[in-house]
Design a protein around this ligand. Sequence first.
Ligand code: SAH
Ligand code: SF4
Length: 416
Amino acid sequence: MNPVSAETNSTSETTNAHVAAGANAPLEKIALETYVPPAKPSLVGLSRAEIAEQLGAIGVAPAQRKMRVQQLWHWIYVRGAKSFEEMTSISKEMRAQLDQHLTVARPEVVAEQVSNDGTRKWLLRLPSGDSIEKAHEVECVYIPETDRGTLCVSSQVGCTLNCSFCHTGTQRLVRNLTAGEIVGQIMVARDRLNDWAGRVTPTGSRLVTNVVMMGMGEPLYNFEAVRDALLIVADNEGIGISRRRITLSTSGVVPNIIRTGDEIGVMLAISLHAVRDELRNELVPLNRKYPIAELLQACREYPGSSNARRITFEYVMLKDVNDSLEDAKLLVKMLKGIPAKINLIPFNPWPGTRYECSDWDQIEKFSEYVFNAGYSSPVRTPRGRDILAACGQLKSETEKLSVRERQALRAMAMTD
Ligand code: SAH
Ligand code: SF4
């Protein structure tokens, strides 16, 4: 038996054990919470038409509204104003009137952590729909690199889905974020990094240059809010991050994939993770609803994809589960004809998980095969492990970790 087939055999044995364990896992959770708006609404995350509506409600004359919307948009999204008081091009009376009824509030930052590699993580507090229930928390992570700064943004508290290797998936509670709470994460990052138009730098370049919807939650289960938020983030008269620098990652909510291309027009990433339905059913249970063939068909039809705008396929490296050369071969074969990039992600372990990260030499072998087949296959370097900010380690404090879990997490992050 050659080494490759030995690998394959051990993979299928492990796989079967995993499939048995995950076969009855529920496919989706129901969002338990609804959003209860604050008494004074924030303009952050509203479209221009919605801002005009709010202005109408507080008695701003119709003839004035368009101009006021333009001024507000500029102050909020170019200058990063945190209060109406700062908006000096608007009359004092009007500022007072705005302040009486509205805000430009963003989510409250409850903690900021800076990793030794420069990664920053913010814990944001969001109101819960239930006054007895304690407030929710989501995380937002900034990853600086030499040529870019990427912000990893969340779309839900927890996640509707239950991928078996993902820490967020184990969280019971789910609430969809509003468009304001999604845009608010970018606002908060820019506030904390002092990254607004007034910032004086030698190059004048922005710190947050890219946005990835890869934090907590499944963005395509919160489609409208994510769409409205990303349209604001991409708006040229505001934050102005180009759609080519915004990536939405989905575990494969097929009906909303084409809508993403048509209605948002951002780059797409697919959490593939397995090349056979049997294994993917267990790793990404949503596969039972939208199997691999349907998912890949949606990718083939993704509006705007081309060799210059490739779809990223994410593939988490799980030891003896999906990391054989046989898997690599099938992966290359099945992506034929799709303008694709392959992103290999070393598994980030969390307490209680039944998976392990593949050995480095196996990741290298896998990556080499994929590379030789013509795909650039960057292995995503885990960032911010010491502050638990790496993919799949995001789990808010809503569900308190035990002291033991905390210690285990810390130990893992330090020694990994
Ligand atoms: N829900 C979306 C986006 C958030 S997850 C999705 O699943 O695509 C962002 C990426 O991190 C996904 O590719 C996800 O599969 C991956 N991921 C989740 N848990 C992980 C873990 N423990 N280690 C490595 N990657 C993980
Ligand atoms: Fe949700 Fe994505 Fe985690 Fe799956 S991998 S549970 S879809 S956050």
